[in-house]
Each structure stands twice: as structure tokens, then as C-alpha cells.
Ligand binder design. Structure first.
Ligand code: FMN
Length: 184
């Protein structure tokens, strides 16, 4: 039975460890992206773009990340990271179309985040976990080169890993009362 929206929102967690080599079906990812496409967006700019990575591109990014790490933490750490990253089953990148107008850029980024949440929640409802990452790699110029992205046209808003969770971590939130101000 499908979860209620409230259960789905509350139970979703960022997945840090996936079952290796079990890639969710492409149709499910396309369905999630189609739902992401319904996110609110001001002026109907629909600023999101997606790149679904195949094994060749995924390996290039894993190697790039390992090389970045090698420079600071040495071979052993880099090789371990490379092995770990190569086992991550699903790779998806979301970008936001760049606008010269700062207000529009903020609104478009916000819309991309809404789309991302649609994506995460739908996949979660179907038993697929994700991790939204914005580490150094996602901003690196070499990543833009590998993806053939022009940074003047598109900005990477997230690298999303997806797959079936090997474990589900526990996180908490501070009470809403600490964050809610009610005005007269
Ligand atoms: C814009 C954005 C960027 C994130 N980048 C990272 C990241 O680079 N590395 C990471 O481990 N988690 C990242 N996360 C996931 C958060 O760490 C995670 O949502 C937070 O710890 C709460 O855990 P939960 O999603 O399981 O509730 C990111 C989340 C968002 C919204």
C-alpha cells in the first residue's frame, strides 16, 4: 500500500550507503523526473535540466573526484573513495538555467529545489533512496567539461545518487516551535 504524503515526507532520509549494482529501473527514474517537472516555478520558467549518467560518465566523475582527493589525502584515501563511488548505482545531475537577473536566478534555484524534493519523495515512496550532494565535485570546472555544460548557461544544483538503501540513517529536527513566530 502506498504511504500517505505525511508518512512519506517524514520517513524520507538521505541515503549514504546503497546496495551495490542494484540499479532502479530507468522507467521509474523517468516517472520521478516527470513528477519533478510539476514543481512550482515562478513565471513558468521551468529552469531545471537533468543529466542521467551512464557508466562511462559516472566513471569519469569518480576518477575526477579520486584525483581531487589524492592531491590532499594521498593514494590510499583516493583509491578507497574511488572503489566506494564506483559502487554507487544511480547517478543523476540537476542543473538550473542561468539568468542574468538576480531575482529570477534566486526564484529559479528555489524552483529547482522544489523539483528535487518532488523527485526525492516520489522515489522514496517507491522504495528508492537518494542522496543530494553539492560537494566540491559538483562545482568543479572539470565536471562541467565532462558533462559538456557551459557554466554561463547552466549551474549544477545537485548531484543525486540513487539506489536501494543498504542502511537508513536516523536524523532529527528541532521542534517547529523554535522556528515559528506568530505575529498579531
Ligand atoms: C542542497 C543540499 C545539498 C546537500 N549536500 C550534501 C552533501 O554534499 N553531502 C551530504 O552528505 N549530504 C548532503 N545533503 C543532505 C543533507 O545532509 C541531509 O538532507 C541532512 O543531513 C538531513 O538528513 P535527511 O535528508 O536524512 O533528513 C544535502 C542536502 C541539500 C538540501
Amino acid at each position: 500500500m502506498s504511504q500517505t504524503i505525511a508518512e512519506n515526507i517524514r520517513s524520507r532520509r538521505t541515503i549514504h550507503n546503497f546496495i551495490p549494482d542494484r540499479v532502479p529501473p530507468r522507467e521509474l527514474i523517468l516517472e520521478a523526473l516527470e513528477l519533478a517537472n510539476w514543481a512550482p516555478n515562478h513565471h513558468l520558467t521551468e529552469p531545471w535540466r537533468y543529466y542521467l549518467l551512464g557508466p562511462e560518465t559516472k566513471e569519469k566523475l569518480c576518477r575526477l573526484n579520486a584525483d581531487l582527493l589524492r592531491a590532499v589525502r594521498g593514494d590510499k584515501a583516493a583509491d578507497l573513495k574511488l572503489q566506494r563511488w564506483l559502487e554507487i548505482p544511480g547517478w543523476l545531475i540537476q542543473t538550473c538555467m542561468v539568468s542574468a537577473n538576480a531575482v529570477r536566478m534566486d526564484e529559479d534555484y528555489a524552483a529547482c529545489c522544489c523539483a528535487a524534493q518532488n523527485l526525492l519523495l516520489y522515489l522514496w515512496s517507491q522504495g528508492v533512496g537518494c542522496k543530494w550532494t553539492t560537494g566540491e565535485l559538483s562545482r568543479h570546472e572539470e565536471l562541467y567539461r565532462i558533462l559538456k555544460l557551459d557554466p554561463l548557461q547552466e549551474r549544477v544544483t545537485g548531484l543525486f545518487w540513487y539506489g536501494y538503501a543498504a542502511e537508513i540513517s536516523v536524523t532529527a529536527r528541532k521542534p517547529l516551535a523554535e522556528k515559528l513566530m506568530e505575529l498579531p
